[in-house]
Design a protein around this ligand. Structure first.
Ligand code: PRX
Length: 654
């Protein structure tokens, strides 16, 4: 663990009533919400203060109240059992199903005929589903899954693009008590196989292909490659006919989605689940070479999401909510599927690339559907910002009322561009901090908060955090330290799939009550939190967590590589990109054509990990800096990148 010296923030202030502004050097901007927004907010500043105080005084009472707002088959015996902390059991003894709250209960209300999903394909084709239509589709698939022999606890891998059937597959799994495990479509056949084998999936749901930036990405072929000569656990592969590709459906295990659901009934029983029964597994990179399968359950996850939609995103009956997250990552799970549906709002899903056919695609979508809340990532904003203001100017963005960001720190200039050119200085920006492990938002402004661009503001009511040194002692305001969460929260991870022993060591190294987030943060004099980045060997490339060791291990499987170290280096658009330091095997080191070696290694990484792992550059060195016990010292390489003269051959103390 590294202690970093802090940044002092005591700069002169300029206050703004959510109006256009330019930032002068050294000034700290403060934005106050417009009065109308405060009047209309689900939680006004007084209610927010009361909620904060009551959650502080009675944390469990606060979360119990939130849980009471949802539907349960049987209520809990205890709100939280922490007798085996850091193993926490929320709503112990309760029975529920997240799908009951996300779909079933809406059918008996005015939401029945409301739009649940607006989907748009990259080519411009659209599909809309009311809550009732979505409910019927999910029921058909749930029945089909049951007829394939799937039930409670069975794992289903989803290797899917952003299409309605992905949402249906998630909900159908939840409905029958099966556990979905989405694998991002940017991962390779090898990475897919690793995840399928680890979770012992009985079923894989995929598509023939999908559209991305004017091209068709073939998914079925990757699934076939993943399943060659292994993965005996997989009994069936269900394929959505999305791109009309001529795919090989020759295996007995392969079946088209439409054929599977065609004859099924459109009503299906919703499985009664215990609160901690797993809902999904989602892999995320850690500091070891192996991705961790983070497990979330039905009860706590839905309670956490419910609060964030209602209070942070301030959902109103007329909202159209668009989170641009992919279904292969947690943002897609929580804020494309489960959160918006629990809130009974209309969720938007877009299949393709933000630059297709040109850089106004997102603004076009906002205008055409009247999107009111747009939730995206700094990397997307930075990319679109580069194309200039003329693209947002082409569209009427006046329906927007809230903007939100997640995944990486948003710099003040990016924040201001988003605020000024997309929100027209009318919309607060909710910079939400959270992780795959936390399930939903943890630290975020509310629409009524006074904002400082670049700060994630304060923890939500019911969430308590601190910033500490490596021994767990709180650091002063202005000093950077490690972000920890000091109270359990309902949507916390249940486990690391198949590796329960890793869970406590990874997330509670300081003991119960000190969840280790792996992020470096500062609290300023006003108590607002600023996130600076990861403290561990995990990169954040375009908002995606990629482990350094995972890439190093992938390099080491190539015959040309004797040793490898990967570090993240700053990038204007992606935030961070990977740079590899490679020691070549002698016979390759003698070759003159380094470009050929680079090409070969890049292809290798694409095959091993997938296109998600972009290696920006490679440098060939004689040796790598190591500690006396042999660990690579990446900070020496980082210093070198920053222009510091370093000796790569020196042995660094452990
Ligand atoms: O480093 C933090 C960063 O993203 C990490 C979590 O990544 P993942 O599990 O993939 O989930 C991303 C979407 C929730 C965090 O440890 N991060 C997330 N949100 C922010 C952020 N960094 C700065 N500001 C944020 N708002």
């Amino acid at each position: 663990m590294e202690r970093r010296t802090g940044m002092k923030r005591g700069l002169p202030r300029k206050e703004n009533a959510m109006k256009e502004t330019d930032m002068a050097y050294g000034e700290e901007l403060v934005f106050r919400p417009l009065p109308q927004l405060v009047i209309e907010a689900n939680v006004n500043p007084q209610e927010f203060a009361t909620a904060q105080a009551s959650a502080k005084a009675d944390n469990l009472g606060y979360w119990e109240d939130a849980a009471q707002e949802l539907d349960w088959f049987n209520k809990w015996d205890v709100v939280l059992d922490d007798s085996e902390a850091p193993r926490y059991q929320w709503f112990k003894g309760a029975q529920c199903n997240i799908v009951y709250n996300a779909l079933d209960r809406h059918i008996a209300t005015a939401n029945k005929n409301k739009l649940a999903l607006i989907w748009e394909g990259e080519a411009g084709d659209t599909k809309k589903y009311t809550y009732y239509e979505l409910y019927r589709e999910v029921n058909k698939l749930a029945n089909a899954m049951r007829s394939l022999g799937l039930g409670k606890g069975d794992r289903v891998v989803l290797y899917m693009p952003l299409i309605p059937q992905t949402m249906m597959a998630m909900l159908a799994c939840a409905k029958i008590g099966a556990v979905h495990c989405a694998v991002f479509a940017g991962f390779s056949a090898k990475a897919l196989r690793q995840r399928i084998t680890e979770v012992e999936a009985k079923l894989v749901v995929t598509a023939d292909g999908f559209y991305r930036n004017g091209r068709i990405v073939n998914l079925k072929a990757t699934v076939d490659e993943a399943l060659v000569g292994g993965c005996d656990c997989v009994e069936t592969v269900v394929v959505v006919n999305r791109a009309k590709l001529d795919v090989d459906m020759g295996e007995a295990r392969d079946i088209w989605y439409d054929a599977l659901v065609r004859q099924e009934r459109s009503d299906a029983a919703t499985e009664i689940m215990n609160s901690d029964d797993p809902l999904f597994i989602l892999h995320t990179s850690g500091t070891t070479g192996e991705p961790k399968g983070i497990v979330h359950g039905h009860a706590g996850y839905m309670v956490g999401l419910h609060r964030s939609l209602d209070w942070v995103f301030d959902i109103k009956p007329t909202d159209i909510f668009w989170c641009t997250g992919d279904m292969g990552w947690i943002t897609g799970h929580s804020y494309v599927v489960y959160g918006p549906l629990i809130a009974g709002t209309t969720t938007v899903m877009y299949e393709g690339h933000p630059l297709y056919p040109q850089a106004d695609r997102m603004w076009d979508i906002v205008a055409r559907y009247g999107v009111t809340i747009l939730y995206t990532a700094p990397t997307v904003i930075r990319m679109l910002m580069r194309y200039g203001n003329q693209y947002p100017r082409m569209h009427d963005l006046s329906t927007l009322r809230l903007l939100a960001s997640v995944g990486e720190p948003i710099s003040p200039d990016t924040w201001l561009w988003f605020y000024k050119f997309i929100g027209h200085s009318q919309c607060p920006i909710l910079d939400t901090w959270w992780q795959t492990e936390t399930g939903g938002c943890m630290i975020s402004p509310f629409p009524v908060s006074v904002l400082k661009p670049g700060s994630v503001h304060r923890p939500m009511p019911g969430i308590e955090v601190d910033i500490v040194d490596e021994d767990g002692n709180p650091v002063e305001a202005g000093v950077a330290g490690n972000l920890i969460v000091t109270k359990p929260w309902p949507s916390m991870l249940l486990d690391i799939f198949g590796k329960p022993e890793l869970r406590d060591a990874t997330y509670w190294p300081l003991g119960p009550g000190k969840y280790w987030a792996g992020d470096i943060a500062t609290r300023d004099e006003d108590g607002l939190i600023w996130i600076h980045g990861r403290s561990d060997d995990v990169m954040n490339i375009a908002g995606h967590r990629i482990g350094n060791v995972e890439l190093e291990n992938a390099f080491l499987t190539h015959k040309a590589v004797a040793d490898a170290a990967v570090i993240g280096i700053p990038d204007k658009i992606k935030g961070e990109v990977a740079k590899a330091y490679i020691v070549l095997q002698a016979e390759f080191a003698a070759l003159d054509d380094r470009n050929e070696i680079i090409r070969m290694l890049k292809t290798h990484i694409r095959k091993e990990v997938g296109p998600v792992a972009v290696i920006r550059s490679m440098e060939f060195v004689e040796t790598l800096p190591r500690t006396s016990s042999g660990k690579i010292v990446r900070r020496v390489l980082k210093a070198r990148e920053a222009g510091v003269q370093v000796d790569l051959t020196a042995v660094v103390e452990d």
